[in-house]
Design a protein around this ligand. Structure first.
Ligand SMILES: [Zn+2]
Ligand SMILES: [Zn+2]
Length: 186
């Protein structure tokens, strides 16, 4: 039995992660496992940018993947960037094992809900997790603005898209799952 791991990096509210896990498990055909790692070293900090390099964290996580892990999605509340982008909501290894999603800007930007109401935040996290998971299965960005694989560089494009793949992306995703599983069994 292989799991999709949700691994928290840094301090995260347990209730948000549990809500995320619950929502995701209804939307993707995998069993999910949460790992809380508040002490995970945030070695990828860039003092000049006051952000963390997503790629560095992904490379480290990929080097220590648990044996029963199908894919690993790291969830963090720190702000992520790449050398060329001012920020990213998340990043993934295309066709690889590891992705990372940050709730930093999902929470802070245009987040008008009263304190304690985390529904919108969890919705956004769900979308970004499925998006990055899609990349882990080899999906590229989609032109359909409703599709979860649509590229988001603002909270508006995230809120506008659905928590699911369009038909085309869904077919590709399911085909890839089948391929990876057949390959693993041989
Ligand atoms: Zn993407
Ligand atoms: Zn699509």
């Amino acid at each position: 039995m292989k799991y999709i791991y949700l691994k928290t990096i840094g301090t995260m509210e347990t209730s948000i992660v549990e809500d995320l896990k619950r929502s995701l498990s209804l939307l993707i055909p995998f069993s999910l496992r949460c790992v809380y790692d508040n002490e995970y070293p945030l070695f990828a900090f860039e003092p000049e940018r006051n952000q963390y390099y997503a790629k560095k964290i992904i490379v480290k996580l990929a080097s220590e993947i648990p044996h029963d892990c199908e894919k690993l999605i790291a969830i963090t509340d720190v702000d992520l960037c790449t050398p060329v982008l001012t920020f990213v909501y998340g990043e993934a290894q295309l066709g690889g094992k590891v992705a990372i999603v940050s709730m930093n800007r999902l929470e802070k930007e245009y987040y008008y809900l009263p304190p304690g109401n985390t529904t919108l935040l969890v919705d956004r996290l769900v979308k970004e997790c499925i998006h990055e998971l899609g990349h882990c299965y080899g999906l590229f960005h989609c032109h359909d603005s409703q599709c979860v694989m649509f590229f988001s560089n603002s909270i508006f494009t995230i809120d506008n898209k659905q928590k699911r793949f369009c038909m085309k992306c869904k077919e590709f995703f399911e085909r890839q799952i089948g391929k990876e599983h057949n390959h693993a069994e041989k």
